[in-house]
Design a protein around this ligand. Sequence first.
Ligand SMILES: C[S@@+](CC[C@H](N)C(=O)[O-])C[C@H]1O[C@@H](n2cnc3c(N)ncnc32)[C@H](O)[C@@H]1O
Length: 448
Amino acid sequence: MNQSTADPRRSAYDILVRVERERTFAEPLIDRELSGGILRGPDRGLLTELVYGVLRRTATLDYLVDLFCATRAAKLERAVLILLRLGLYQIFFLDRIPVSAAVNETVTLAREKAPRASGLVNAVLRRSDRERSLVSWPDRELDPAGYLSLRHSHPRWIVEGWIAQLGFEDAEALAAVMATPPPLTVRVNTLRTSREAYLDLLKEAGTEAEPTRHSPHGIRILSRTAVAALPGFGEGLAIVQDESSQLASLLLEPRPGERVLDACASPGGKATHLAQIMSDRGEVIAWDVAEKKLVPITDNARRLGIGIIRPAVADARNPEQTVAPFDRILVDAPCSALGVLRRTPEGKWWKTPDDVARLAQSQRRILAGAASLLKPGGTLLYSTCSTTTDENESIIEDFLSHHADFMLEDLNYHFPCLSELITGRGMFRSWPHCHGMDGFFAARLRRA
Ligand SMILES: C[S@@+](CC[C@H](N)C(=O)[O-])C[C@H]1O[C@@H](n2cnc3c(N)ncnc32)[C@H](O)[C@@H]1O
């Protein structure tokens, strides 16, 4: 066995360094490490926990560094800071690892990665444990955003937005949930099996699972399971998709035989669901901006045994007006993804308020471009996985003010059973802290 890579802490450190230095996502790096097969048993789970835990809690961990280290986090050499984050995460957030082990293992790693700082790492970690009862947070009355940002580890501008939108209490509940691991939900491919039959398969495989509350196609996996190890996954019996995303295709209500456009389709989660709801009859045109974006759409359709999806490169902002019009259109627009911060926590440290403004501009153009291809009497669903109003309600209000031939449909009227997820204006809004799903928005429009 190669001892230099058989340590989950060392692997976690190497991945965290790359994520920070290269601004790259952690998931493929973790997958590559795990598929090497060197880490075994609980070490595999520990690697994932350490990487995602540190990425989720970075602001809190750096605040602890500021409290317990003479040099501020921002001034420390990157290697030393990442070692301290790893050690502090184990001490403050992982019950199953004794503090002595967390300190000793981190100091051993420091001797290899930053030998001159191993004494400092040892001193800071031991002090943090001795003085943990003295940790205090910014005052929640005087500085509510500072408190939420450091206590639950999110960029300040994001929690300021949540407080303005939801009030402090709800914003705190949301911030707390957004710093925890997300649920794993799959959509059953009802072209190949039923939800009940797939639940039975999971049970036989010893995987704990339950049906989702609102989507008739969803199952929440409760056991710790690798997706690829789910029964029948390779054979296309299921696909990973949050319940909120499943609801988007259901809200559009496509029917067999219709001509449907998914204007922003990659990787094809919703396009394949639309085809599934249509019993694989009719056509789903699946657009995205580049050839390479079409590959996962094709791969997912093939795995799920779907024949009606036609992927194509197109810019939904300026579609060819010669394209035949559509019965239904889904505009699942590119967005800031603030509703899915649990899934890619590294991303939250790279985003800025300017991104929201830039994306809102593009969302406005994509919605107008795609809507121009809707048949009279046709239905369009606009959706995002962002929590901001700028990318959601404001886009819809702006669109309606410029398109007199479109009206907003009241989803309460069409989906009374989803009332807890529908706002007074008839738009869909799910929140992780209220509904156990990703933060998601959808509004349905009809053309006169
Ligand atoms: C939120 S993702 C879509 C997720 C997809 N609907 C699903 O459920 O799997 C948004 C997609 O829009 C694509 N996109 C961005 N700008 C676009 C444009 N102008 N026209 C078409 N697609 C665009 C992005 O490449 C990205 O793949």
